[in-house]
Ligand binder design. Sequence first.
Ligand code: FES
Length: 137
Amino acid sequence: MARHVIAKVEEVDIGKSKLVKVAGRDIALFNVKGEFFAIANRCPHEGADLCRGQVVGLAEADEPGKVRMTRHGELIRCPWHGWEFDIRTGKSWCDPARTRVKSFDVSVASGGALAEGPYQAETFPVSIDEDYVVVEI
Ligand code: FES
């Protein structure tokens, strides 16, 4: 498994996503309330680009007509047919045991640590005074 620098932290605002290509794979990077998560960009239903979907919350109801929204900004709704996936885990909300999108480990590292460590920036040179999002593949 290798680590790849995929973005500067300030490139992806809270609630937004960015499509990155790493080792031949299309990966959707999300900023959820300041935490970064990465999942495969391909929906397991019919292959839509998940980074083009809408970031949503979870609608729950204990009885008809009493809907409450929770987990704001933690699910991605596929742009084609609306399947929803947990951005943190890649699991489908409706069928978590059988349907999921591959997720990848993500961390944030300072440019100084990256410049001194064994990691290589794949998309751009690392400047040591900024923070970067790193994905493990
Ligand atoms: S392609 Fe994603 S729900 Fe159909």
